[in-house]
Design a binder for this molecule. Sequence first.
Ligand code: IPD
Length: 296
Amino acid sequence: ADINLQEVHDTLVSIAFEAGRMIMAANTSEITTGEKMNSADIVTETDQAVERLVSTRVQTKYPSYLFVGEETYVAGTTRITSAPTFIVDPIDGTTNFVHGFPHACISLGFAVDRSPSVGVVYNPFLDVLYTGIRGRGSYMQRNASLEQGQGQGPKQKLPLTGSPPLGNLSTTLVAVEWGSQRDGENFEVKARTFRKLTASQENGGSMVHSLRSLGSAALNICATAAGQVDLYWEGGCYAWDVAAGWCILSEAGGKMVSGSPPDREGEGWDPALDSRVYLAVRGASSGQDEIVREFW
Ligand code: IPD
């Protein structure tokens, strides 16, 4: 049967606003946190409650579509297949949420044939909404939850500013994250990468303009789609961190490369088998492939 991506998009936007109200209603002084892998890998009751809300809403409306969510994912069991699948992070930026740093979002992705087809990313703290539908472009909207005529911003097409050539790595602003894994090879790869990006060229580095680490993978990808940063690299994302943003980024002319070396564009969807390394590059008239090569 034909899948109505516009309808899926509209449904996800209204769920995102409902989830946003739930996140904003949570009293941060009373947040109970739990640990997953270690003390830097935090989950709250709000993450779980928002995921229940989202899964109930989408499964009521689309009972035949599959649902994968961060809080109900089972390592080694959950797979992303070619079936229409909602891929959801109820709060992306949980650490920010817990600390009251206003940079967290609800990330609602929808994939068909393992291809990111709808993306809705909503930051309820700033009331900024990012959306994308495959083949129909992606948009950013401020004061998104307000009514039209009551202060709701216009839908701005992404990327926000034109797309000058990317130049080379040394002229880029790069979003990165430490993530929660703080040991082993993964930690070493991150530390080496950050050092290489920031060291002066005399020291064998690329010396990019700077690094930014704002604490939400999905919002980093949206910032890349908007053209506010040039690149975003992370050495430990899951599918729900990237699914929604991926659609928004590609519709903005950007590129998501997963795996290392970058030979698996458009793949990388199995949360169990995926290398979990992602490089997002903003839309540009030229230079994307060169910058990917330079990065690796
Ligand atoms: C995390 C955030 C963080 C990133 C991690 C993600 P969560 O998501 O996006 O910035 O570094 O890799 O897992 O746990 O807040 O949903």
